[in-house]
Design a protein around this ligand. Sequence first.
Ligand code: UDP
Ligand code: GLC
Ligand code: MN
Length: 344
Amino acid sequence: MSTYAWVTLATNDLYSLGALVLAYSLKRVSTAHQLAILITPTVSESMRNKLKDVFNVVQEVNVLDSQDAANLALLARPELGITFTKIHCWRLIQFEKCVFLDADTLVLQNCDELFEREELSAAPDVGWPDCFNSGVFVYRPSLDTFSKITQFALEKGSFDGGDQGLLNSYFSDWATSDISRHLPFLYNTCSTATYSYLPAFKQFADRIKILHFIGRMKPWLLNFNSQTRIVYTPQESGYLHPYLQFWWDLFCDNVHEKLTEDMPDFINQEEGGLAGALSKLRLGEPRSPEQEAYEQHIRRQCWESGNIDYTGRDSFDNIWARISETLSSAPPKPAETPKEPGSM
Ligand code: UDP
Ligand code: GLC
Ligand code: MN
């Protein structure tokens, strides 16, 4: 057995869906190395069993949360304080070397050569290229490093409230010390590159090794038609469609059949209930009431999290047409009741 491992993290059933698809994407490219996942107590029992089928190691860890509301607000991602939990990856000392991958990444080509790199190797962040993006990094598990990073976090915190700010401060010489620790962007191609530098995205598309669905819009939060198996891609992200579809293809072929209804349902539990809802969809069959309910739920979640398809499905024209339709089909007003004599 290899002493190297790919490591990811999921603190709920929703991100576990991402982790499962990621694991199948690694298997598809025949990686020679092991798969490990860190989970927190908030991942359902039923989901843990699915994860155990695919990952060699499923390690429960406690939640580490920066609780740094001010810096997380700057990042506009209040939920990411919990990404401090990622730091537990240094505790997987049964492995000699590891590559951490966010659960929203997708491996498109075999990248086992990453294990030839040294700690801490990572690719530049699209927003601030003198920082590395912490969605993909090569590291060496070590209890000593784990305690040094946690101590550093307690003393200095994180400038973005998440693990990326913390790790960039801890490994602060990454930008200047050793170019071999700079991974090519192809190992962590952020999905936002489709609008920050579309010509390059088109030019190098065939060479992308790992795609990272960075930001609020995650593949599992997009509308998906269970009858056609096609994902609905918002208009402004059109170039991402083949990658989003690939994510859903992996989901349909490998993950869907393993989901079970006992994964908390969104009607009873907001967080993570999507897995239970997805399990009820029948792929390739005509639309059912479950499909309708699931779509409504996803669409609402997209709106509420600010993922609005302004130029496409959610455009003003479409919304106005819907309002007009509803108004024109509204029942006629009841006739006014005559006033009682003497009343105001
Ligand atoms: N994560 C998680 N639960 C959460 C938020 C994040 O398990 O509620 C993990 C997951 O592995 C995820 C990573 O932390 O991929 C970083 O978060 P995310 O990918 O959403 O951040 P982004 O890459 O969009 O900045
Ligand atoms: C990022 C990284 C992600 C990290 C988050 C919080 O944008 O992609 O991996 O968890 O910032 O620091
Ligand atoms: Mn990510």
